[in-house]
Every structure is written in structure tokens, then in C-alpha cells.
Design a protein around this ligand. Structure first.
Ligand code: UDP
Length: 271
């Protein structure tokens, strides 16, 4: 399978589309134009590891139309498999979605995060993207009995794109369960992006991002994550290397032939 002409990779059995922002934005624009649904997943090493204990999550990611490499670990593993790929963080791709919505004249809906946060993020996005209409916002702390009303509000807004910040993996499951009935062409799980856009959480400074240390910055801001992250990341690296050997024999998941490179040619990135 390929997405926008880019062969889809597999890292630990999980699909990754080593695609650039321009191509990914083009794909989103097409779905906005023809109305067919596409779920966008942003994958990092921690999430890839979660799929090992959660086959349902693996299945949801497997059916996603676009899986963006959102993490240095995944980019590293993809490069070792011969892909020319750069990290494409969800918090940046949100802007491509906003621009595509503005161009298509379709509203954007923001669901999730603490009360007030989605609204603040929406204001930031509307100020940055001329012509972007905000179809609605809703925090992510609704009760199960309120879910029907949440769904109804989204349906009524008829958004072109829905950003869902309910945390991984709840947001991925939520989108997979409801997107078709909501008839929203583009839906993406965005994790803590509303917190970042609204200024409640900060992204790592540019120099840390350049050194692939965004995960460390996040750890410093949200130290409760340390156990999760510090076990997931090295285990991911070890398993990714081990699975490479297997793939080399089966050819499964490698794009070296398509890209004209040898597996491992660009594999020097630190995790
Ligand atoms: N969140 C939410 N409802 C919940 C749990 C989380 O709206 O029941 C929001 C949370 O406020 C944050 C976002 O989901 O804005 C991402 O949460 P977290 O950082 O825990 O998830 P991750 O980044 O690991 O996906």
C-alpha cells in the first residue's frame, strides 16, 4: 500500500507513512473535497509499544488512512528501513489541517482537554489561519451520559475536520467508533496539542527538537510520565532493531527498493 505515492512502512508491525507535510496536506484536502473519511494517527515509540499489549489499538492504527511519524524513535526506525523521512508532529500538522479547512470553506471542531483549553486553542488557530471557521469546541471531561449530546453537537456543526484530544489511546478508539456516523471527512487524535496551542504546556525549544530531545523536555514538564517513557523508548529501539533483521529476510516492511537506498543507510539518528 502507498499513501500519496509514498510506500507505507511497517515498524514493529505498525504502519507508518513516511510522508512530508505537503503530500499529507494534499491527501487531507482531497478528503475534504470528496467527503470520504480519513482517520489521521500520529505515532511515536510509546504508542507503538502500547500496541503490543493492545491488539485493538493495533487494529485501529492499521485501518487509519494516514499514520504520521510523530517521534524521533519512529523516524529513526523508519530511516533504518530506508525511508527518507522527517518527523511530522501532530501539533504542527494541525496547522495544515486548519489551512485546508479554511481553503475548503469547512469548519473545524475541537474536542478534548480541560474546560477552556480547546476554546483557547481554537482562538489561537482562528487568529493564525485567515478564513478558518471554528464549528465548535467541547472539553474532554464529559460524562458517559453526555456523550450523545457531544456527538449531536459535532454532527450539527458539520465540520470538515475534527481534532480529538482525549489522550492516547482513547482518542484513537473514539474516532474509529464515531467518525463514520459523524460524517466528518478528517479526524485526528492530537494528544496534548490543545494544551500546547493554548500555552498551558510548552513545546521543547528548537535546539532540543533538533537534538531529538523533545521527549526529555516533555518528561521534565510532566515527570509522572517517566516510568512509561523510560521503559517504552529503549524497549522500542531494541525491538525495532531486532525486527529489522527479521524483515531483511522476509522483505516485509522495507522500502529500500522503492527509495533506491540500502536499509540502514540513513540510520545514524539518536533516539
Ligand atoms: N484528556 C481529556 N479527557 C480525559 C483525559 C485526557 O480531555 O479524560 C485530555 C488532557 O486534558 C490532555 C489530552 O487529553 O489535553 C492528552 O492527555 P495526555 O497528555 O494524558 O495524553 P497523551 O499525550 O499521552 O495522549
Amino acid at each position: 500500500m502507498s499513501v500519496e505515492g509514498v510506500p507505507r512502512l511497517r515498524v514493529l508491525g505498525i504502519p507508518v507513512d513516511p510522508i512530508d507535510a505537503t503530500r499529507a496536506a494534499r491527501l487531507v484536502a482531497r478528503h475534504l473535497a470528496d467527503g470520504t473519511p480519513i482517520q489521521v494517527v500520529t505515532i511515536n515509540a510509546e504508542m507503538a509499544m502500547n500496541t503490543r499489549a493492545d491488539p485493538a489499538l493495533a487494529a485501529v492504527i492499521g485501518q487509519a488512512g494516514l499514520v504520521l511519524p510523530d517521534g524521533s524513535g519512529v523516524v529513526w526506525a523508519a530511516r533504518r528501513r530506508g525511508a527518507r523521512v522527517r518527523k511530522l508532529p501532530g501539533v504542527e500538522f494541525i496547522h495544515e489541517i486548519c489551512a485546508a479547512c479554511a481553503r475548503a470553506g469547512r469548519p473545524l471542531y475541537l474536542l478534548g482537554a480541560a474546560p477552556g483549553v480547546a476554546q483557547a486553542a481554537a482562538e489561537v488557530l482562528a487568529a493564525r489561519h485567515k478564513g478558518l471557521e471554528i464549528g465548535g469546541v467541547r472539553d474532554g471531561y464529559f460524562k458517559p451520559e453526555e456523550e450523545d449530546a457531544v456527538l449531536e453537537a459535532i454532527r450539527e456543526a458539520r465540520p470538515g475536520a475534527l481534532l480529538v484530544a482525549l489522550g492516547v489511546p482513547r482518542q484513537e478508539f473514539w474516532i474509529a467508533r464515531h467518525q463514520a456516523a459523524l460524517e466528518v471527512p478528517v479526524a485526528m487524535g492530537v494528544g496534548g496539542s490543545f494544551d500546547v496551542l493554548s500555552g498551558r504546556l510548552r513545546r521543547a525549544p528548537g535546539w532540543m527538537r533538533a537534538l531529538h530531545l523533545e521527549w526529555l523536555y516533555r518528561l521534565i514538564q510532566e515527570p509522572w510520565r517517566w516510568k512509561r517513557m523510560l521503559t517504552a523508548l529503549p524497549t522500542f529501539a531494541i525491538l525495532a532493531l531486532a525486527s529489522e533483521k527479521q524483515e531483511r529476510y522476509t522483505g516485509y516492511g522495507m522500502v529500500a527498493a522503492a527509495s533506491g537506498q540500502q536499509p540502514g543507510e540513513q540510520g545514524g539518528l539518536p533516539l
